[in-house]
Ligand binder design. Structure first.
Ligand SMILES: Cc1cc2nc3c(=O)[nH]c(=O)nc-3n(C[C@H](O)[C@H](O)[C@H](O)COP(=O)(O)OP(=O)(O)OC[C@H]3O[C@@H](n4cnc5c(N)ncnc54)[C@H](O)[C@@H]3O)c2cc1C
Length: 380
């Protein structure tokens, strides 16, 4: 590991790797990407891989739409097939409140240029006949949503960054950040020190702890989220399907397996990622009601990861006012994989050119929590 770098990124998930890639692409290659375990070992490698542009907050729609442009060109631009598939996202509305919210959201998303439509219950049934849609009011369907493999996406960015000169250092943990007169001097790791002027906190579930290393109290906390994967079946499900009131999401992978998860309102903040029987029981009782073909399908593997939450369930992309050149891209809730390309790009531009150029991220600043904010509602 080199002992001096202009930029040190803490966290080798998809956000840190995308940032490293775009820094190098913009000519800043004197960068170390630090990962305490292996690349994508955090939330990224534990996520559902979903890529959705249907959000209730306009900023999330914009970032997701920008990211989709990058996902579409990933193989050509970054040089790796990431199993990207645009099979759409189908959001199911089951009550009047959701119906009204979906109508409002779809109008805003269409204003942003998204190819999203509302489908009646009959239209949804005709298009997706293998689901039990009893009680459905309507659905929102966006065919350009999709999914990809999060491990491959992270490896793709990191390897491409490495080829351009970035040093990717795995199995090495940042322990402390030393400051001098409010300026970053050194990142101390368990394998030596890196003299550095700029630090990016891309530590996912550990973003708060990395903030504390420079004396900041960043408003993020982590919650366990669980997910499982079944044995493969013949391909039947193109879109990723979500119900907010029934609390589930499900998608079928390229190899036919079904991946599905739910949120748990009883979870307390923390860093615990042991999977629970409660989740297995609740999901395996619930899912065959909506997807009858799952009734006799076996579960292969069950795991958990962390949602790093901000107060409004939208990411915080900012530079500290207190500690010079301390940047952070944190608090992604359940949507950091899909937003990573646009966020990595904008953050790298900010560092290299002094401002984000590709997308205006000013309302994702830390200061928004003092001004007042609205919460992203489309979260499982
Ligand atoms: C069950 C589940 C399902 C999800 N589904 C989706 C989905 O379908 N679509 C979507 O977009 N998002 C989804 N998410 C959210 C998504 O996984 C995250 O928002 C995203 O992966 C965040 O990426 P990241 O790079 O910021 O964090 P991470 O992937 O967690 O990367 C941070 C890295 O920092 C490392 N690190 C931490 N501290 C240190 C340190 N001190 N020194 C060195 N390294 C350190 C960690 O080891 C980790 O690898 C899901 C999350 C979970 C848990």
């Amino acid at each position: 590991m080199k002992n001096k770098a202009r930029v040190t990124i803490i966290g080798g998930g998809v956000v840190g790797s995308a940032t490293a890639y775009y820094l190098a692409k913009n000519g800043l290659t004197d960068v170390v990407l630090l990962e305490r375990d292996y690349l994508s070992s955090g939330s990224t490698g534990r996520c559902g891989g979903g890529i959705r542009q249907q959000w209730s907050e306009r900023m999330n729609v914009r970032l997701a739409m920008r990211s989709v442009e990058h996902f579409k060109n990933f193989e050509k631009e970054v040089g790796l097939d990431i199993e990207y598939f645009q099979g759409g996202y189908l959001l199911l509305a089951y009550n009047e409140e959701e119906e009204a919210l979906f109508k409002k959201n779809v109008a805003m998303q269409q204003e942003e240029g998204l190819d999203v439509v509302l489908l009646s219950r009959e239209e949804t049934t005709r298009k997706f006949p293998f689901m039990n849609l009893e009680g459905l009011k309507l659905s929102a369907y966006c065919p350009s949503d999709g999914h990809a493999n999060p491990h491959l996406t992270t490896f793709g960015y990191a390897r491409a960054a490495e080829k351009m000169g970035v040093e990717v250092v795995t199995h090495t943990q940042a322990k402390r950040v030393l400051l001098e007169n409010g300026k970053i001097k050194t990142v101390v790791t368990d394998r030596g020190e890196i003299e550095t002027g700029i630090v990016v906190n891309a530590a996912g579930g550990y973003s708060h702890q990395v903030g504390e290393m420079v004396g900041l109290n960043l408003p993020t906390e982590s919650y366990r989220h669980q997910i499982f994967v079944t044995e493969p079946l013949e391909h039947i499900l193109d879109p990723l399907v979500i119900s907010f009131v029934n609390n589930f999401y499900i998608r079928q992978t390229e190899s036919g397996n079904f991946i599905m998860g739910q949120g748990d309102r009883d979870e307390l903040p923390g860093l615990e990622i042991t999977p629970t029987w409660k989740f297995l029981k609740e999901m395996s009782d619930k899912m065959p009601r909506f997807f009858p073909f799952l009734r006799d399908v076996r579960i292969l593997r069950h795991w958990a990861g962390l949602y790093n939450m901000s107060p409004d369930a939208q990411p915080i992309i900012d530079r500290s006012n207190e500690v010079e050149d301390f940047y952070f891209a944190i608090g992604f809730s359940g949507h950091g994989f899909m937003l990573a390309p646009a966020v990595g790009e904008a953050l790298a531009e900010w560092i290299v050119f002094g401002e984000p150029r590709s997308v205006d991220i000013s309302n994702l600043s830390l200061q928004r929590f003092e001004r007042g904010f609205t919460r992203e509602k489309n979260v499982v």
